[in-house]
Design a protein around this ligand. Sequence first.
Ligand code: GUN
Ligand code: ZN
Length: 427
Amino acid sequence: MQAETILIGQVLSFSGHPFHLDPEEAAQIDEAVAFGDGKILAVGNETTLLAQFPEAQVTRHPGKLILAGFVDAHVHYPQTAMIASWGKRLIDWLNSYTFPEEGKFGDPAYAVEIASRYLDLTAAHGTTTMCSFCTIHPESVDAFFQAAQARGQRVVAGKTCMDRNAPDFLRDTAQSAYDQSKALIGKWHGADRISYAITPRFSPTSTPAQLEAMGALWAEHPDCLMQTHLSEQTDEIEWVRSLFPETRDYLDTYEQFGLLGARGLYGHAIHLEQRERDQLREHGAGLVHCPTSNTFIGSGLFDMAGLMAEGQRIGLATDTGGGSSFSMLRTMAAAYEIGQLRGTPLHAAQLIWLATQGSAETLHMGDVIGNLSPGKEADLVVLDLASTPAIAQRSERAETLWEAVFPTLMMGDDRAIAEVWIGGRRV
Ligand code: GUN
Ligand code: ZN
Protein backbone atom coordinates (compact mmCIF):
# COMPACT_ATOMS: atom_id res chain seq x y z
CA MET A 1 0.00 0.00 0.00
CA GLN A 2 1.30 3.47 -0.92
CA ALA A 3 0.98 6.18 1.70
CA GLU A 4 -0.58 9.43 0.56
CA THR A 5 0.47 11.44 3.58
CA ILE A 6 3.26 11.53 6.13
CA LEU A 7 3.04 13.83 9.15
CA ILE A 8 6.23 14.48 11.07
CA GLY A 9 6.20 15.77 14.66
CA GLN A 10 5.75 14.15 18.06
CA VAL A 11 3.47 11.22 17.27
CA LEU A 12 1.66 9.88 20.33
CA SER A 13 0.22 6.38 20.52
CA PHE A 14 -0.62 3.98 23.35
CA SER A 15 0.75 0.47 23.68
CA GLY A 16 -0.90 -0.16 27.06
CA HIS A 17 -3.54 1.03 29.52
CA PRO A 18 -2.27 4.14 31.36
CA PHE A 19 -4.46 3.48 34.41
CA HIS A 20 -3.11 -0.05 34.84
CA LEU A 21 0.53 0.66 33.92
CA ASP A 22 2.82 3.58 34.60
CA PRO A 23 1.07 6.21 32.39
CA GLU A 24 4.29 7.28 30.69
CA GLU A 25 5.22 3.70 29.90
CA ALA A 26 1.81 3.02 28.38
CA ALA A 27 2.43 5.85 25.90
CA GLN A 28 4.87 5.93 23.04
CA ILE A 29 6.31 8.85 21.07
CA ASP A 30 7.47 8.40 17.48
CA GLU A 31 8.69 10.83 14.84
CA ALA A 32 6.26 10.19 12.00
CA VAL A 33 2.97 8.65 10.94
CA ALA A 34 2.09 7.53 7.39
CA PHE A 35 -1.43 6.97 6.12
CA GLY A 36 -3.28 6.30 2.88
CA ASP A 37 -6.65 5.11 1.67
CA GLY A 38 -8.19 6.15 4.97
CA LYS A 39 -5.95 3.93 7.11
CA ILE A 40 -2.82 4.34 9.21
CA LEU A 41 -0.01 2.47 7.44
CA ALA A 42 2.96 3.00 9.72
CA VAL A 43 4.18 4.84 12.79
CA GLY A 44 7.90 5.14 13.34
CA ASN A 45 11.03 6.99 12.64
CA GLU A 46 11.16 9.72 10.06
CA THR A 47 13.97 8.37 7.90
CA THR A 48 12.43 4.92 7.67
CA LEU A 49 8.98 6.18 6.73
CA LEU A 50 10.32 8.64 4.16
CA ALA A 51 12.29 5.81 2.54
CA GLN A 52 9.36 3.40 2.72
CA PHE A 53 6.83 5.83 1.18
CA PRO A 54 8.83 8.07 -1.19
CA GLU A 55 5.75 9.41 -3.00
CA ALA A 56 3.82 10.56 0.07
CA GLN A 57 3.06 14.21 0.67
CA VAL A 58 5.11 15.22 3.73
CA THR A 59 4.17 17.88 6.28
CA ARG A 60 6.42 18.80 9.17
CA HIS A 61 4.96 19.90 12.49
CA PRO A 62 8.00 20.61 14.65
CA GLY A 63 7.12 20.59 18.36
CA LYS A 64 3.49 19.70 17.75
CA LEU A 65 1.74 16.63 19.12
CA ILE A 66 0.13 14.31 16.55
CA LEU A 67 -2.44 11.90 17.96
CA ALA A 68 -5.70 10.10 17.26
CA GLY A 69 -8.77 12.32 16.78
CA PHE A 70 -10.83 12.83 19.93
CA VAL A 71 -13.75 10.47 20.59
CA ASP A 72 -16.65 12.03 22.49
CA ALA A 73 -18.63 9.15 23.96
CA HIS A 74 -21.83 10.97 25.00
CA VAL A 75 -23.35 14.07 23.38
CA HIS A 76 -26.73 15.50 22.45
CA TYR A 77 -26.16 17.23 19.10
CA PRO A 78 -29.69 18.75 19.24
CA GLN A 79 -28.59 20.74 22.32
CA THR A 80 -25.93 22.65 20.34
CA ALA A 81 -27.86 25.93 20.18
CA MET A 82 -28.86 25.93 23.88
CA ILE A 83 -25.47 25.08 25.39
CA ALA A 84 -24.62 27.23 28.43
CA SER A 85 -28.18 27.85 29.63
CA TRP A 86 -28.20 29.35 33.11
CA GLY A 87 -29.12 28.31 36.57
CA LYS A 88 -31.09 25.03 36.59
CA ARG A 89 -30.43 21.57 37.92
CA LEU A 90 -31.14 18.46 35.86
CA ILE A 91 -34.92 18.05 35.84
CA ASP A 92 -35.67 21.81 35.64
CA TRP A 93 -32.91 22.20 33.06
CA LEU A 94 -34.54 19.52 30.90
CA ASN A 95 -38.00 21.07 31.21
CA SER A 96 -36.95 24.73 30.87
CA TYR A 97 -34.32 24.59 28.15
CA THR A 98 -33.83 21.15 26.64
CA PHE A 99 -37.29 19.93 25.78
CA PRO A 100 -38.43 23.18 24.08
CA GLU A 101 -35.28 23.11 21.93
CA GLU A 102 -35.57 19.40 21.09
CA GLY A 103 -39.18 20.06 20.00
CA LYS A 104 -37.84 22.06 17.05
CA PHE A 105 -36.30 18.96 15.47
CA GLY A 106 -39.64 17.88 14.02
CA ASP A 107 -38.66 20.38 11.31
CA PRO A 108 -36.17 18.53 9.07
CA ALA A 109 -34.61 21.78 7.82
CA TYR A 110 -33.76 22.80 11.40
CA ALA A 111 -32.33 19.35 12.13
CA VAL A 112 -30.11 19.57 9.03
CA GLU A 113 -28.92 23.05 10.01
CA ILE A 114 -27.97 22.06 13.57
CA ALA A 115 -26.42 18.71 12.58
CA SER A 116 -24.14 20.50 10.17
CA ARG A 117 -23.32 23.27 12.64
CA TYR A 118 -22.55 20.70 15.35
CA LEU A 119 -20.21 18.65 13.12
CA ASP A 120 -18.40 21.81 11.97
CA LEU A 121 -17.91 22.99 15.55
CA THR A 122 -16.69 19.64 16.82
CA ALA A 123 -14.29 19.11 13.89
CA ALA A 124 -12.80 22.52 14.68
CA HIS A 125 -12.24 21.21 18.23
CA GLY A 126 -10.51 18.03 17.01
CA THR A 127 -13.36 15.60 17.68
CA THR A 128 -13.57 13.05 14.90
CA THR A 129 -16.09 10.55 16.36
CA MET A 130 -18.98 11.00 18.73
CA CYS A 131 -21.90 9.02 20.09
CA SER A 132 -24.97 11.24 20.03
CA PHE A 133 -28.51 11.26 21.29
CA CYS A 134 -30.88 12.71 18.69
CA THR A 135 -34.51 13.70 19.46
CA ILE A 136 -37.67 11.60 19.29
CA HIS A 137 -37.98 12.59 15.61
CA PRO A 138 -36.57 10.09 13.10
CA GLU A 139 -35.77 13.14 10.93
CA SER A 140 -33.24 14.24 13.55
CA VAL A 141 -31.41 10.92 13.12
CA ASP A 142 -31.48 11.12 9.32
CA ALA A 143 -30.12 14.68 9.44
CA PHE A 144 -27.22 13.70 11.70
CA PHE A 145 -26.24 10.57 9.80
CA GLN A 146 -26.51 12.30 6.41
CA ALA A 147 -24.24 15.11 7.60
CA ALA A 148 -21.72 12.63 9.05
CA GLN A 149 -21.80 10.44 5.95
CA ALA A 150 -21.08 13.44 3.72
CA ARG A 151 -18.01 14.14 5.90
CA GLY A 152 -16.83 10.51 5.85
CA GLN A 153 -17.05 10.48 9.62
CA ARG A 154 -17.37 7.55 12.05
CA VAL A 155 -20.36 8.34 14.28
CA VAL A 156 -22.88 6.59 16.48
CA ALA A 157 -26.36 7.97 17.19
CA GLY A 158 -29.94 6.99 17.83
CA LYS A 159 -33.48 8.26 18.11
CA THR A 160 -34.11 9.33 21.72
CA CYS A 161 -37.19 7.47 22.99
CA MET A 162 -39.57 8.98 25.59
CA ASP A 163 -43.17 8.04 26.28
CA ARG A 164 -43.81 9.79 29.62
CA ASN A 165 -42.77 12.77 31.75
CA ALA A 166 -42.04 14.84 28.67
CA PRO A 167 -44.22 17.36 26.77
CA ASP A 168 -46.80 15.95 24.32
CA PHE A 169 -44.76 17.11 21.34
CA LEU A 170 -41.79 15.04 22.55
CA ARG A 171 -43.52 11.76 23.33
CA ASP A 172 -43.61 8.60 21.27
CA THR A 173 -45.07 5.28 22.49
CA ALA A 174 -43.57 1.91 23.28
CA GLN A 175 -44.67 0.65 19.87
CA SER A 176 -43.70 3.69 17.77
CA ALA A 177 -40.33 3.93 19.53
CA TYR A 178 -39.69 0.28 18.68
CA ASP A 179 -40.92 0.60 15.06
CA GLN A 180 -39.07 3.83 14.30
CA SER A 181 -35.84 2.71 15.95
CA LYS A 182 -35.97 -0.60 14.07
CA ALA A 183 -36.54 1.17 10.74
CA LEU A 184 -33.58 3.49 11.45
CA ILE A 185 -31.35 0.52 12.28
CA GLY A 186 -32.29 -1.05 8.94
CA LYS A 187 -31.62 2.19 7.11
CA TRP A 188 -28.36 3.28 8.76
CA HIS A 189 -26.59 0.69 10.91
CA GLY A 190 -23.37 -0.34 9.15
CA ALA A 191 -23.72 2.15 6.28
CA ASP A 192 -20.21 3.52 5.62
CA ARG A 193 -18.82 4.50 9.04
CA ILE A 194 -22.22 4.84 10.71
CA SER A 195 -23.62 2.77 13.53
CA TYR A 196 -26.83 2.90 15.47
CA ALA A 197 -27.34 3.11 19.23
CA ILE A 198 -30.71 2.13 20.69
CA THR A 199 -31.52 5.16 22.85
CA PRO A 200 -34.04 5.19 25.70
CA ARG A 201 -33.32 8.67 27.19
CA PHE A 202 -33.43 7.57 30.87
CA SER A 203 -35.87 5.55 32.91
CA PRO A 204 -37.95 8.56 34.17
CA THR A 205 -39.07 9.31 30.60
CA SER A 206 -39.86 5.72 29.57
CA THR A 207 -42.70 3.55 30.82
CA PRO A 208 -41.85 -0.04 31.72
CA ALA A 209 -43.54 -1.01 28.45
CA GLN A 210 -41.17 1.20 26.47
CA LEU A 211 -38.09 -0.05 28.32
CA GLU A 212 -39.24 -3.59 27.61
CA ALA A 213 -39.68 -2.78 23.90
CA MET A 214 -36.16 -1.26 23.81
CA GLY A 215 -34.77 -4.38 25.50
CA ALA A 216 -36.51 -6.58 22.93
CA LEU A 217 -35.13 -4.47 20.09
CA TRP A 218 -31.60 -4.71 21.49
CA ALA A 219 -31.93 -8.49 21.77
CA GLU A 220 -32.88 -8.56 18.07
CA HIS A 221 -29.93 -6.30 17.18
CA PRO A 222 -27.22 -7.25 19.67
CA ASP A 223 -24.48 -5.66 17.56
CA CYS A 224 -26.02 -2.21 18.15
CA LEU A 225 -24.87 -0.13 21.09
CA MET A 226 -27.47 0.98 23.64
CA GLN A 227 -27.06 4.40 25.30
CA THR A 228 -28.85 6.01 28.21
CA HIS A 229 -28.28 7.97 31.45
CA LEU A 230 -27.63 6.56 34.91
CA SER A 231 -27.46 8.08 38.41
CA GLU A 232 -26.60 11.64 37.45
CA GLN A 233 -28.28 13.59 40.28
CA THR A 234 -29.60 12.56 43.68
CA ASP A 235 -33.07 14.09 43.00
CA GLU A 236 -33.26 12.09 39.81
CA ILE A 237 -32.39 8.88 41.69
CA GLU A 238 -35.18 9.58 44.20
CA TRP A 239 -37.58 10.11 41.33
CA VAL A 240 -36.55 6.82 39.73
CA ARG A 241 -37.11 5.08 43.06
CA SER A 242 -40.68 6.45 43.22
CA LEU A 243 -41.43 5.59 39.58
CA PHE A 244 -40.08 2.01 39.90
CA PRO A 245 -40.85 0.98 43.49
CA GLU A 246 -40.16 -2.68 42.75
CA THR A 247 -36.60 -2.30 41.51
CA ARG A 248 -33.46 -2.66 43.65
CA ASP A 249 -31.77 0.52 42.35
CA TYR A 250 -31.51 2.77 39.29
CA LEU A 251 -29.49 0.29 37.21
CA ASP A 252 -32.10 -2.36 37.92
CA THR A 253 -34.67 -0.30 35.96
CA TYR A 254 -32.57 -1.09 32.89
CA GLU A 255 -31.40 -4.53 33.93
CA GLN A 256 -34.95 -5.84 34.41
CA PHE A 257 -35.81 -4.98 30.84
CA GLY A 258 -32.73 -6.41 29.13
CA LEU A 259 -30.97 -3.05 28.96
CA LEU A 260 -27.74 -3.98 30.74
CA GLY A 261 -24.92 -5.35 28.61
CA ALA A 262 -21.36 -4.95 27.39
CA ARG A 263 -22.54 -2.79 24.50
CA GLY A 264 -24.50 -0.56 26.88
CA LEU A 265 -23.28 3.00 27.51
CA TYR A 266 -24.33 4.62 30.78
CA GLY A 267 -23.80 8.38 30.88
CA HIS A 268 -22.72 10.08 34.14
CA ALA A 269 -22.87 7.07 36.54
CA ILE A 270 -21.93 9.24 39.50
CA HIS A 271 -23.93 8.12 42.53
CA LEU A 272 -23.63 4.35 42.16
CA GLU A 273 -24.37 1.75 44.79
CA GLN A 274 -22.08 -1.24 45.24
CA ARG A 275 -24.53 -3.63 43.58
CA GLU A 276 -24.70 -1.35 40.55
CA ARG A 277 -20.92 -1.13 40.32
CA ASP A 278 -20.60 -4.90 40.55
CA GLN A 279 -23.21 -5.50 37.86
CA LEU A 280 -21.73 -2.91 35.51
CA ARG A 281 -18.29 -4.46 35.86
CA GLU A 282 -19.50 -8.03 35.48
CA HIS A 283 -21.28 -7.12 32.26
CA GLY A 284 -18.31 -5.09 30.97
CA ALA A 285 -20.66 -2.13 30.42
CA GLY A 286 -19.34 1.31 29.38
CA LEU A 287 -19.44 4.18 31.88
CA VAL A 288 -19.16 7.66 30.43
CA HIS A 289 -17.65 10.46 32.49
CA CYS A 290 -19.09 13.89 31.56
CA PRO A 291 -17.09 16.25 33.78
CA THR A 292 -18.05 19.70 32.42
CA SER A 293 -21.70 18.69 32.56
CA ASN A 294 -21.38 17.27 36.05
CA THR A 295 -20.04 20.56 37.35
CA PHE A 296 -22.22 22.79 35.15
CA ILE A 297 -25.54 21.12 36.10
CA GLY A 298 -24.23 20.50 39.62
CA SER A 299 -24.44 16.70 39.52
CA GLY A 300 -21.44 15.41 41.48
CA LEU A 301 -17.92 14.02 41.35
CA PHE A 302 -17.39 10.86 39.28
CA ASP A 303 -15.17 8.30 41.04
CA MET A 304 -12.63 7.80 38.25
CA ALA A 305 -9.87 6.32 40.40
CA GLY A 306 -12.13 3.90 42.27
CA LEU A 307 -14.02 2.76 39.18
CA MET A 308 -10.83 2.28 37.15
CA ALA A 309 -9.21 0.36 40.00
CA GLU A 310 -12.12 -2.08 40.05
CA GLY A 311 -11.75 -2.65 36.31
CA GLN A 312 -14.65 -0.71 34.81
CA ARG A 313 -14.65 0.31 31.17
CA ILE A 314 -14.71 4.14 31.10
CA GLY A 315 -14.87 6.82 28.41
CA LEU A 316 -14.93 10.60 28.41
CA ALA A 317 -17.53 12.96 26.98
CA THR A 318 -18.64 16.58 26.68
CA ASP A 319 -22.36 15.81 27.14
CA THR A 320 -23.09 18.81 24.91
CA GLY A 321 -25.23 20.86 25.79
CA GLY A 322 -25.50 19.87 29.50
CA GLY A 323 -21.73 20.09 29.28
CA SER A 324 -20.48 23.62 28.83
CA SER A 325 -18.05 23.03 25.96
CA PHE A 326 -17.57 21.27 22.62
CA SER A 327 -13.89 20.84 23.43
CA MET A 328 -12.39 17.55 24.61
CA LEU A 329 -9.41 19.61 25.84
CA ARG A 330 -11.73 21.57 28.11
CA THR A 331 -13.31 18.25 29.09
CA MET A 332 -9.92 16.78 30.05
CA ALA A 333 -9.29 19.88 32.19
CA ALA A 334 -12.59 19.35 34.01
CA ALA A 335 -11.80 15.64 34.50
CA TYR A 336 -8.48 16.67 36.01
CA GLU A 337 -10.18 19.17 38.34
CA ILE A 338 -12.73 16.60 39.51
CA GLY A 339 -9.86 14.17 40.12
CA GLN A 340 -8.21 16.82 42.28
CA LEU A 341 -11.42 17.39 44.24
CA ARG A 342 -11.40 13.64 44.98
CA GLY A 343 -7.69 13.60 45.82
CA THR A 344 -6.64 11.70 42.69
CA PRO A 345 -5.01 13.87 40.00
CA LEU A 346 -4.96 12.32 36.54
CA HIS A 347 -1.76 12.20 34.46
CA ALA A 348 -1.79 13.94 31.04
CA ALA A 349 -1.38 10.53 29.38
CA GLN A 350 -4.42 9.21 31.25
CA LEU A 351 -6.49 12.24 30.20
CA ILE A 352 -5.56 11.88 26.52
CA TRP A 353 -6.15 8.12 26.65
CA LEU A 354 -9.65 8.68 28.06
CA ALA A 355 -10.43 11.17 25.26
CA THR A 356 -9.25 8.76 22.54
CA GLN A 357 -8.69 5.03 23.18
CA GLY A 358 -10.80 4.89 26.36
CA SER A 359 -13.85 6.41 24.70
CA ALA A 360 -13.29 4.26 21.59
CA GLU A 361 -13.26 1.14 23.78
CA THR A 362 -16.55 2.05 25.44
CA LEU A 363 -18.00 2.27 21.91
CA HIS A 364 -16.43 -1.14 21.10
CA MET A 365 -14.40 0.61 18.42
CA GLY A 366 -11.01 0.35 20.08
CA ASP A 367 -9.76 -1.79 17.19
CA VAL A 368 -10.64 0.79 14.51
CA ILE A 369 -10.25 4.27 16.04
CA GLY A 370 -8.79 5.96 19.11
CA ASN A 371 -5.09 5.16 18.58
CA LEU A 372 -2.42 5.56 15.94
CA SER A 373 -1.29 2.11 14.90
CA PRO A 374 -1.18 0.38 11.52
CA GLY A 375 -4.62 -0.68 10.33
CA LYS A 376 -6.57 1.91 12.35
CA GLU A 377 -8.68 4.45 10.53
CA ALA A 378 -6.84 7.67 9.74
CA ASP A 379 -8.58 10.10 12.10
CA LEU A 380 -5.89 12.40 13.48
CA VAL A 381 -5.38 15.67 15.27
CA VAL A 382 -2.30 17.87 15.28
CA LEU A 383 -2.07 19.81 18.55
CA ASP A 384 -0.19 23.09 18.81
CA LEU A 385 1.38 23.04 22.28
CA ALA A 386 1.92 26.82 22.23
CA SER A 387 -1.39 28.04 20.80
CA THR A 388 -1.75 31.15 22.96
CA PRO A 389 0.82 33.40 24.65
CA ALA A 390 -0.32 32.12 28.05
CA ILE A 391 0.18 28.48 27.07
CA ALA A 392 3.40 29.17 25.14
CA GLN A 393 5.13 30.86 28.08
CA ARG A 394 4.34 27.83 30.24
CA SER A 395 5.17 25.05 27.78
CA GLU A 396 8.41 26.83 26.87
CA ARG A 397 9.91 26.10 30.28
CA ALA A 398 8.77 22.45 30.33
CA GLU A 399 11.47 19.89 30.89
CA THR A 400 9.59 16.84 29.65
CA LEU A 401 7.10 16.13 26.90
CA TRP A 402 4.29 15.58 29.40
CA GLU A 403 5.03 18.86 31.12
CA ALA A 404 4.84 20.55 27.70
CA VAL A 405 1.52 18.86 26.87
CA PHE A 406 -0.27 19.48 30.17
CA PRO A 407 -0.80 23.29 29.80
CA THR A 408 -2.62 22.68 26.51
CA LEU A 409 -4.90 20.12 28.18
CA MET A 410 -5.67 22.58 30.98
CA MET A 411 -5.81 25.87 29.05
CA GLY A 412 -6.30 24.90 25.41
CA ASP A 413 -9.33 25.20 23.14
CA ASP A 414 -9.97 25.13 19.40
CA ARG A 415 -6.98 27.44 18.85
CA ALA A 416 -4.75 24.50 19.80
CA ILE A 417 -6.13 22.36 16.97
CA ALA A 418 -3.64 22.92 14.14
CA GLU A 419 -4.97 20.20 11.79
CA VAL A 420 -7.71 17.60 11.75
CA TRP A 421 -7.84 14.56 9.46
CA ILE A 422 -10.97 12.44 9.10
CA GLY A 423 -10.69 9.16 7.21
CA GLY A 424 -7.33 10.28 5.83
CA ARG A 425 -8.72 13.56 4.48
CA ARG A 426 -7.81 16.97 5.87
CA VAL A 427 -10.82 18.94 7.07
N1 GUN B 1 -30.76 12.93 31.58
C1 GUN B 1 -31.77 12.73 30.73
N2 GUN B 1 -31.66 13.50 29.64
C2 GUN B 1 -30.53 14.22 29.81
C3 GUN B 1 -29.89 15.20 29.00
O1 GUN B 1 -30.32 15.58 27.92
N3 GUN B 1 -28.73 15.71 29.52
C4 GUN B 1 -28.23 15.31 30.71
N4 GUN B 1 -27.09 15.85 31.16
N5 GUN B 1 -28.83 14.40 31.48
C5 GUN B 1 -29.98 13.86 31.03
ZN1 ZN C 1 -26.72 13.07 28.20
